[in-house]
Design a binder for this molecule. Sequence first.
Ligand code: NAI
Length: 425
Amino acid sequence: MSKIKDSALAGQGRKLLDWAQGNMPVLATVRSRFEKEKPLAGLKIGVALHFEKKTGVLIETLAAGGADITISSCNPLTTDDSVAAALSDKMNVYAWTGQTKTEYYNCLDEVIASKPNITIDDGCDLIHLLHTKYTEKLSTVIGSCEETTTGIVRLKAMEKDGVLKVPVMAVNNAYSKHLFDNRYGTGQCVIEGILNATNILIAGKTAVVVGYGWCGRGIADRLKGLGARVIVVEIAGSIAEGPSGYHRALEAMYDGFSVMSMTDAAPLGDLFITATGNKHVISVDHIQHMKDGAMLANSGHFNQEIDVDGLEKIGKKKEVITNVAQYELGNGRNIIVLADGRLVNLAQPTGQGHPIEIMDGSFGVQALCVEYLAKNGTNMKAGVFDVPESIDCEVAKIALESQGIQLEAPTEAQINYSESWEEGT
Ligand code: NAI
């Protein structure tokens, strides 16, 4: 398995890591404690995360805690090769951008071959492999952390079917993660990824956001701010945890957006962005009804949201520029697909991923959850666990205090009042 060994590239990666680190006060606080206490000494950690500068800062924080780390990416297109090169001398790095599917899985195999005690996933691929192809390696695993919505959906399905054999911390479900990462982080960087790849103008365009969950809300809000006419598409009924598609559609309407079905939105949109965690939410049939030049981008975890395989069958593909492909449909119409339908905000080299401050919060939760598993994992049952409130609040508190904001504690009378059922006269 090849690693990236290139000193010029590594130097560039080091600069990116240092820049990110300087803007990540939560991880800096955790790191200085980890350096003293070494809570992860003697532990092997296997990681599959989008591998770019902010991830690098998390990995160096875990290494400062004494962990021995093996890392791959959780997506074939999202490794920043310079960051991979910068870290490859210090730890086992199996990641580069532009991998084939086979190379991608070979890299995950290498992570599992390192016999990790704790795994960190974004999308559940490591845990899934450990429960299918490598069950004999499960015995050394104390626990795992999962970064994203789709991973948690998969883990809960495993738990429901009684096949999940390790405790997993649902990092995504911490407020310090999804309130900010999925909404403001994805909201900003999905637009940034699209603009970096295409250099188009958003103002005046009709943009269709498919899915009005945490990510979709952020994306729709940012598109509105840039002057797009925004249409939101939701689904009838409950398909995700939390409010149903009906409620989310109503919320979008009250937030001031047009709301309709995908069938109705297909002929209207100039730009379509999927954010559902679901499959084929833009189907070939929808694409057949789109305008000439319609542009499709995905921000959901897997490259299943847009039926790109189906599009390949009906259209002639031409790579126009990096991460921009044009499909000629044969009737004078062209459809543009960004980043092969993979996460547009993270696809290298045009996607830089989430803003640094946002990932500071998400990865602050990750680092503290790894420490929690190191202390408690062997006494925990198999299952999906919420992040303890103490960790969630600590991360938000450090993030606020790093901005010079100190909140006042509630008085005893206020605490009693908030817990009382007496009349409030
Ligand atoms: P969520 O569960 O809050 O929202 C998903 C929404 O999609 C729900 O409102 C659901 O009703 C809707 N939906 C499902 N199927 C649909 C369909 N066929 N048509 C229209 N709407 C449909 O999930 P969240 O947190 O917003 O995450 C969405 C996806 O984005 C997941 O795959 C998650 O893993 C991924 N994600 C990606 C990030 C990135 O960096 N691009 C960051 C965070 C999450």
